[in-house]
Ligand binder design. Structure first.
Ligand SMILES: [Zn+2]
Length: 432
């Protein structure tokens, strides 16, 4: 009786058609999009074929004399379980019955807007079953058992696939990733992957291009979430950076250049957490002050409360108020380096002198304490107590791929690099 998955084949079939159409149409808008469907390019991830009973949504299916309709809708903001059930075609009494059997229906009260809910309703409007996919990748369903309802949960059939997308920066990274249909999480990851080389708050220019190959998980023909970035490219006028994800036999993963160099640097280029909000400051220049100025620091304009990251591993040597700096954090790193983060609104909870921090850890929040005319982060970079310009410093990279891992790395990297090449050349014909 748990045939919640009916409709998968039809739906994914429909989607595939639409995807091909999109891949052809999108380049007209300066965005290239394509979906890895395995046949014509190297495909390291096996895409499992879903073979399940075929039934169209809202199509009658015989079931011991009665007709069952499969319905599907999204839970909307402002919906109650009752309004949703009505929209799915069951009558009001049915909703009430379901709600009364409170224990079985309880998980449905935690539904988030946007979640797809499927229902089976018979010809007289009797609700037979209602189900949705949980964030644990299980299907939770409440099924009619005679005159009452019971709750069931089973592992969902989740398919892993690969998506390839590329775009060009016009106003901000997020504007470009939105246009390419790239999820926010992937956009942020892109900024993180290249965070040792590129400051996405400061270095982006109109015309910069990116390509990204990432995992996507599907259920019932619908994308349920994106996974990891497997490969990425970022090209500015000055140079092109490429990254490939590789995990060694001990499970330690990281991003490497096609030559096996580590993308991770001893310091991040930017101490500001990259987000949809901070990305908006990108190409406007103001209020990011571009220069390493007379006061020997770099100022990042950002809304108050924007999260500030430690640019490297280290130990906190000062947290507190210090005259013009306002709320200040000083972190001592290895080999005589230290970094300063000033004008903070407040500090990360529990941070104190002596605390160990790792690169990328959130240490505080942008504010305008001390001598600051507006909210911004003042960032300084010192070597042996002398100010250095972090905009022009070259930072050493973390450990490259070990010699004994190189062969395995190349096997992983080659097909991914081939995909980046396809994206770069916009050669979608090869993917069709
Ligand atoms: Zn400053």
């Amino acid at each position: 009786m748990h045939d919640d998955e009916t409709g998968i084949v039809t739906r994914s079939g429909e989607r595939r058609l639409r995807w091909s159409a999109a891949a052809v149409a999108l380049p007209l808008f300066g965005v290239v999009a394509a979906f890895g469907t395995a046949e014509h390019v190297p495909e390291p991830i096996p895409v499992r074929t879903v073979i399940e009973p075929l039934a169209l949504s809202a199509t009658p299916v015989g079931d011991s004399g009665t007709i069952i309709y499969f319905q599907e809708d999204r839970f909307r903001r402002g919906d109650t379980l009752t309004t949703l059930i009505e929209r799915l075609g069951a009558d009001e009494d049915e909703a009430a019955t379901l709600l009364r059997s409170s224990r079985a229906a309880r998980p449905f009260r935690l539904l988030l807007p946007g979640t797809t809910v499927r229902a089976k309703v018979d010809e007289v409007g009797k609700l037979r079953s209602i189900s949705f996919l949980t964030d644990r990748d299980t299907i939770l369903s409440v099924d009619r058992l005679g005159e009452s309802f019971g709750r069931f949960e089973q592992q969902a059939e989740v398919t892993r696939g690969m998506e390839m997308k590329s775009g060009e920066i016009e106003t901000s990274l997020f504007a470009a990733t939105d246009a390419a249909g790239i999820p926010d999480g992937i956009a942020v990851e892109l900024a993180d992957i290249f965070g040792g080389d590129v400051d996405f708050h400061r270095d982006l220019r109109r015309g910069d291009r990116f390509g990204v190959v990432f995992e996507t998980f599907y259920h019932g023909g619908q994308t349920i979430r994106s996974g990891r970035v497997l490969a990425a490219e970022f090209s500015s006028q000055r140079r092109t950076y490429r990254a490939v994800w590789f995990q060694d036999p001990w499970g330690r993963g990281g991003y490497y250049t096609p030559d096996g160099e580590n993308l991770r640097k001893v310091f991040l280029r930017s101490p500001l957490e990259f987000s949809r909000i901070t990305s908006e400051f990108g190409l406007r220049r103001h209020p990011i002050f571009q220069q390493w100025r007379a006061h020997q620091g770099v100022d990042y304009g950002a809304s108050g409360g924007t999260r500030v990251k430690s640019t490297g591993d280290g130990v906190v040597s000062f947290v507190g108020r210090r005259n013009g700096y306002g709320n200040l954090i000083v972190i001592r790193h290895h080999a005589g380096y230290s970094t300063y983060y000033a004008h903070l609104r407040n500090f990360a909870l529990g941070l104190r002198a002596g605390s160990r921090v790792v690169q990328g850890e959130i240490i505080g929040y942008v504010g305008q304490t001390g001598w600051a005319s507006g909210p911004h982060l003042h960032y300084e970079f010192h070597l042996h107590n002398q100010n250095r310009n972090p905009l022009t410093m070259a930072f050493p990279a973390a450990q490259p791929i070990l010699a004994i891992e190189l062969a395995a790395f190349r096997r992983t990297a080659e097909p991914l690099i081939a995909r980046l090449d396809l994206l770069k050349n916009g050669d979608l014909a090869l993917l069709e």
